[in-house]
Ligand binder design. Sequence first.
Ligand code: PGA
Length: 247
Amino acid sequence: MTKIIVANWKMCGSPESAKLWAVSFLPALSKLKTANKIIVCPPAPLISQLKNELTGSIVKIGAQNCHFQPEDAYTGEICASLLKACGCEYVIVGHSERRSYFNETNEIVRRKAARAIKIGLTPIICIGESEEQKNSGKTIEVINQQLAESIPSEAKSGDFIVAYEPVWAIGSGKIPSLEEIKQVHQAILTNISSSMAIDIKKISVLYGGSVKADNAKDIMAMPEVSGVLVGGASLKADEFVKIVAGG
Ligand code: PGA
């Protein structure tokens, strides 16, 4: 089964390191002959460079954020249409770091996703519960509210990807059990399919949070998991190749 593997470089990388990453990743990737879909989301200034370096490969480019407004006077922001013009096909919206450090609400995330869809980018809409919410048994309640408020109502089948990233698993080395991942993914699939009348087989839900080469295979083997969103481990080309190979 084809899986989607997304690299989120966050605020890391440089023109030199991106070049080295591509030079080491691409030959290893071509040896794999994988059918998996691979998307790399570098910091915005590296998008055009990486797009050029990955030309001719199966790797697609995504951004980590966009504004919800079309091109206009918003100093410091990046509009979705510019990302598309620079070669992006995807954009991550609502990552927990943006929700917590930049006060992005579900409403802001929904507006960003709507803008992305409108101009032809696929938003990767991130949701996930905090450790406190998990410990008080609120995971499914939180997830359901985030889904209801973060996915644009006009979105159709295939317009968007959801990434389930428990906040407490991001960058911590801790991951939920496979059974927990399965249960939350099932809940997400059921929610989207019933609230938006989308065929469950056409909904993509990625898992993210401390995915590494040694756990990716088991996570991606689950039918409820469409792929993985990888932060820290995606910066090392050799580790990322192993993750891609595991899927
Ligand atoms: P991590 O980050 O793989 O470093 O835990 C995942 C993410 O934040 O998307």
